[in-house]
Write a protein that binds this ligand. Sequence first.
Ligand SMILES: [Mg+2]
Length: 227
Amino acid sequence: MPVKAILTDIEGTTSAVSFVFDVLFPYAREHLPAYIRSHAGEPAVAAQIEAARSESGESGADVERVIEILLGWIASDRKATSLKALQGMVWAQGYRAGQLKGHVYPDAVAALKRWKQEGYGLYVYSSGSIQAQKLIFGCSEAGDLTPLFSGYFDTTSGHKREADSYRRIAAAIGLPAGDVLFLSDVVEELDAAQQAGMQTCGLAREGGTLGAHETVASFALIDPARL
Ligand SMILES: [Mg+2]
């Protein structure tokens, strides 16, 4: 079946896991408290502080307590919606200030550019917020890569390990799931996409294979026309 669109994960796929854990999360952890204290009165930030109170069940938490809660969520890798939104705001500030540059593997940059030229629709599906996705690609070490992508999906489309999420994304793209190639470094995500009818290719940058999925170590080895 011919591939018409390519849907890619970010973390561990287009970009190093270490960028997220060694650069982005520490940056957010370091800058989040001051950012919240100085922007707590702005509607967008106030709304997320309120959402964090609601998500934590601590409706009376003051701003300092909310900061504690958020730092706890970062430490336990809890992907709370309010935390992700606030991290996105902190990262946006860092990217705009030039303190952050998104990591994208050079082989991924080259392949994405080639596939775009060849007429494939390119889409992103990551558990990071859509805003964070646009920042990684928009302020990347290779420049602004956002013109390559036709759409972005996050967990508002559903969990990455559930087949229904991929069915919803295919519908949103406007293609039968079988026309979409999904790229990821996590076998459970590839399984879910395959269950929804998508074609799959695993990225294992250290080598090895991901379940029964075709697995490669670099984007340079992916030929969507041959799948
Ligand atoms: Mg991943």
